[in-house]
Write a protein that binds this ligand. Sequence first.
Ligand SMILES: Nc1ncnc2c1ncn2[C@@H]1O[C@H](COP(=O)(O)OP(=O)(O)O)[C@@H](O)[C@H]1O
Ligand SMILES: [Mg+2]
Ligand SMILES: [Zn+2]
Length: 506
Amino acid sequence: MSYAMVLCAALEGVAGQLVRVEADLAPGLPMVVLSGLPDTALNEARERVRAAITNSGERWPQQRISINLDPADLRKRGSSFDLPIALSILGGTGTLPLAGLDGVLVLGELGLDGSVRPVRGVLPMVAAAARHGVAKAIVPIRNAAEAALVPGMRVLAADTLGRVIGFLRGSCTLLEPPDAAPLPGRAEPDLADVAGQEMGRLGVELAAAGGHHLALFGPPGAGKTMLARRLPSLLPQLDDEASLEVTALHSIAGTLAPGEPLLRRPPYQAPHHTSSVASLVGGGSGLARPGALSLAHRGVLFLDEAPEFSRQALDTLRQPLEGGVVTLGRSRGVVVYPAQVQLVLAANPCPCARPSGDAACACTPQVKRRYLGRVSGPLLDRIDIRLTLLPLKAAHLFTDASLRESSQVVAQRVAVARDTAATRWAGLGARCNGEVPGTVLRQRRWRLPDDVTGELRHRLDTGAMSARGHDRVLRMAWTLSDLAGLDRPGKEEINIALTLRDGGTL
Ligand SMILES: Nc1ncnc2c1ncn2[C@@H]1O[C@H](COP(=O)(O)OP(=O)(O)O)[C@@H](O)[C@H]1O
Ligand SMILES: [Mg+2]
Ligand SMILES: [Zn+2]
């Protein structure tokens, strides 16, 4: 036999696609020819596969070896093809029976010593194979628990190429995947820790209930970071679809701990202001790594000390925030990763970060304006809730924490409000109030009476508020109405929404 085929998979964004790895061995000058658009990493596979095969005690065929990855027009990146390439070559020599690989997905990188190494993106690749009717997969042992998260997939794990060869010859068995178990000690911080800051607490509750973007201003030590970190604890669990999508992105990034179950909590990413643009939005050679923006997909992206981020970084975020996806330019073509995030940003009033009223602060009003101006242009326009927190009073700090509402209590209100909104907007292109298109808000059916929106229209007419701001206030008012269990917003909800919108010095 001089031809053999092994089933593998590749990724396009978060979508996986089946790939047939074919080997054809023919008499001729000993060499390996790879076809099917391989990237440079795949070319390196050639050397790894050769070393792994000889170091596993097998003979390297002295023939012309053609490897084809089909479909040819699909861009293939990464190192998950090593193991299938090695097996198809050995299959092609006729020394290894491949009957045991019929309809079996095979993924894995090879070390020069013949070890099978973990690869990124196993979850989405195995999930794609399952959708194509593949029911069995052989994956690196370190990825086995992750692969086993795909319902109905029989997963076998390999630690060495030698073991897979032995399995196919019937002389040894593959390994069982370890059980996925939640990692200990990752409890989310609780809202009950936050003293005082009633407006701030209302701001995060509203943000959670409506999916609104949130900006927190105020002096250092007021609790901005504290409040932002507690937003995820108010959000509902991810549904099955979102959970798979979020876990897949973390799988591609390689940030999934071995044995970690499907991510059920909305993700929270708080990149440091010194982070590179690539780590914010994604990038890197080969299989592009999703950045913080995509790792926060369906969750919260928190930019603490937002004015400290580079102008370039803030500008790069703008388009993805609008479109919900991030498009990364590659040497050949582009990769698109999901990036539907709830943006939270925090900023001190001035660059010296001293408490308000501190005599040592020498920042002029102009310096302060310029400092906050760094976020106001590019991002602030897209943010619904803009709050300025006042300095915390000692009296607040010493109130009894057990009397404050906990995340659990608030999350229950949030869940009810979210359900109300989801039902109302079903079929209208929105899952929460923050996503409702302005055109829908202004439809006759959802239009609020003139006496309710009087103040809002006045601000629009006098130019005190933009049309975009007008719609954002309406969306927040709907969330306040849902939280209060009302049928629709009244004057009071509009007024609170206006305060939350403009409750700042900006
Ligand atoms: N509202 C608050 N309730 C309880 N502790 C607070 C509050 N605000 C600040 N603190 C305390 O001060 C620390 C700094 O708060 P932080 O949220 O980092 O402030 P900011 O981000 O506004 O500078 C917190 O770790 C906490 O110990
Ligand atoms: Mg802070
Ligand atoms: Zn200052």
